[in-house]
Ligand binder design. Structure first.
Ligand code: FES
Length: 276
């Protein structure tokens, strides 16, 4: 098990306050809020954003990149686009010094079991409190735009399940297109792009060279401008729709205005993500 590492003096970090520290080579965001210290990985689980640079409000830190919020006490992801917790670490305060012990990768984030050092122990300068977060010792002082492509056909790739034969056999319409697109899933969230609210528009038009077939245009947004899943979602959309025999081509336009917000998700998507 890793050892506790001294990272700061209590007096060095105001309350409320936050700072970046290094523990055994890992970057850790250290917080001082309401008299207690908390430590979590300085890594947003959406796309690696530096959490310590975000806005701290009460016990919540907002990722500066796309706004996902995390609970600094437990590392829990509170809002989209992050859905996985970041690691929280054990903290203790001893003799006016703050110590952090890294939690092992893969270990469950523990609850913030606070324990205040006793006055007697503090007076003896020997009391130590070990917890997922630690109180200040009483002796402590103040403490894409424009992604356009056309391509029909091709087998489904990862993220696009095999299109149902029933849908492929039905005449093309906007409704059928949206049903087919439900088979394309965000590779990070494992929720389909229709229920996520990423599809802003679908238009069908007779193909210029093969009027019996349809040219499909899909206006798609991303949960964030720098969404790393963007290229895969575009490719999977084209592959999924391109399997329909009546499709001559598929154009995917990335639209970032209006920006995606979590309230665009359907109830089904919320249920899947455990958001209520
Ligand atoms: S990197 Fe943090 S919300 Fe996207």
């Amino acid at each position: 098990m890793p050892a506790f590492v001294r990272v700061a003096a209590v007096s060095e970090l105001p309350d409320p306050g936050k700072t970046l520290v290094e523990v055994d080579g890992d970057l850790v965001a250290l917080f001082h809020v309401a008299g207690r210290f908390h430590a979590i990985d300085d890594v947003c689980t959406h796309d690696g954003g530096p959490l310590v640079d975000g806005e701290l409000a009460d016990h919540t830190i907002a990722c500066p990149r796309h706004g996902a919020k995390f609970d600094i006490r437990t590392g829990a992801a509170l809002t989209m686009p992050a859905v996985r917790p970041t690691r929280s670490h054990e903290v203790k305060v001893e003799d006016g010094q703050v110590y952090v012990r890294l939690r092992e990768h893969g270990a469950a984030n523990g609850p913030a079991a606070h324990a205040m050092p006793t006055a007697a122990a503090a007076a003896a300068a020997s009391a130590a409190t070990t917890s997922a977060a630690s109180d200040v010792s009483p002796t402590g002082t103040a403490s894409t735009a424009g992604g356009v492509a056309t391509a029909p056909g091709g087998p489904p790739a990862s993220g696009a399940a095999a299109t149902g034969e029933g849908l492929l056999g039905r005449p093309l319409s906007e409704e059928i297109v949206r049903e087919i697109l439900k088979e394309v899933k965000d590779p990070e969230l494992f929720v389909n792009i229709v229920d996520l609210g990423l599809i802003y528009g679908v238009t069908l038009a007779a193909a210029a060279e093969t009027p019996a077939k349809q040219q499909i245009s899909v206006d798609m947004t991303m949960t964030s401008p720098a969404c790393p899943a963007g290229p895969q979602l575009i490719a999977d959309t084209k592959r999924a729709l391109g399997r329909h025999a009546d499709v001559a081509g598929v154009e995917v336009r990335i639209v970032m205005d209006p920006p995606w917000t979590p309230d665009r998700m359907t109830e089904a998507a919320r249920d899947q993500l455990g958001i209520f």
